[in-house]
Design a protein around this ligand. Structure first.
Ligand code: GRF
Length: 219
């Protein structure tokens, strides 16, 4: 097995995904090392989580830069300074442009709280509830030059129930995010992700069989 992957985590808010990554590293189930946490929001609770675990963190505020490119150059410079190999977007609320994609080709992961390609963009739990889908979930994918459009690494499926509010669904999805993001990073660490076009093949993976039904067929 390869050594620990040096990762940089980009955050803007609560950082519960950052926390799940920290917890898995500390539990020994994730062969990664968080070199740096970067937040574009000085008040992000994620920064407190990093501090509590003695992880280096910096604030790079987008509003302090002339434009997206300058902001992004500062992020790239920081990631390189800290020797980051894999970039993890964990609730990072800025869209990244060509410079960072070029600096870290197919080495930027994002998590999205819907089953892509359904419901890209913002407020997607509410959109899923309003649309009336019976399942939703979350997706970890490599970032590319579109919005929530890169090659998919792993997805988790959760049911959507008739009584669900957007918040109910968001909570159910978030619990799964905390499982699949560390798993995606671990698959990378094990060298098991092979990207061909827009497909990510999992080396030595087992096929999934069976189906889920909502409502259940027995009702
Ligand atoms: C998650 O639902 C993530 O999928 C979305 O923003 C939320 C961030 O949560 N992009 P947290 O900051 O990791 O708690």
């Amino acid at each position: 097995m390869a050594g620990k992957v040096p990762i940089g985590v980009l955050v803007s808010g609560s950082g519960s995904n950052l926390q799940s990554i920290i917890d898995c590293i500390e539990a020994g189930s994730l062969d990664a090392e968080i070199r740096i946490v970067i937040s574009n929001e000085p008040d992000a609770y994620a920064l407190q989580r990093a501090a509590r675990h003695h992880i280096s963190a910096v604030v790079i505020r987008h509003v302090d830069y002339a434009g997206r490119q300058e902001f992004e150059e500062q992020i790239i410079k920081t990631l390189k300074e800290y020797g980051v190999e894999l970039v993890i977007m964990a609730g990072f609320m800025r869209i990244l442009g060509p410079a960072i994609l070029k600096a870290f080709p197919m080495r930027i992961m994002n998590i999205h709280p819907a089953l892509l390609p359904a419901f890209p963009g913002l407020h997607v739990q509410e959109k899923a509830v309003n649309y009336g889908v019976k399942f939703s979930g979350c997706t970890v994918h490599f970032a590319d030059d579109g919005v929530d459009s890169g090659p998919i690494i792993i997805q988790a499926v959760v049911p959507v129930n008739d009584s669900d509010s957007a918040e109910d669904l968001a909570g159910r999805i978030l619990k799964e995010e905390h499982k699949v993001y560390p798993k995606a990073i671990q698959l990378y660490a094990e060298g098991r992700l092979v990207i061909q076009g827009r497909k990510v093949f999992i080396m030595h993976g087992s096929p999934i069989v069976g189906a889920m039904h909502n409502p259940p067929l027995s009702e």
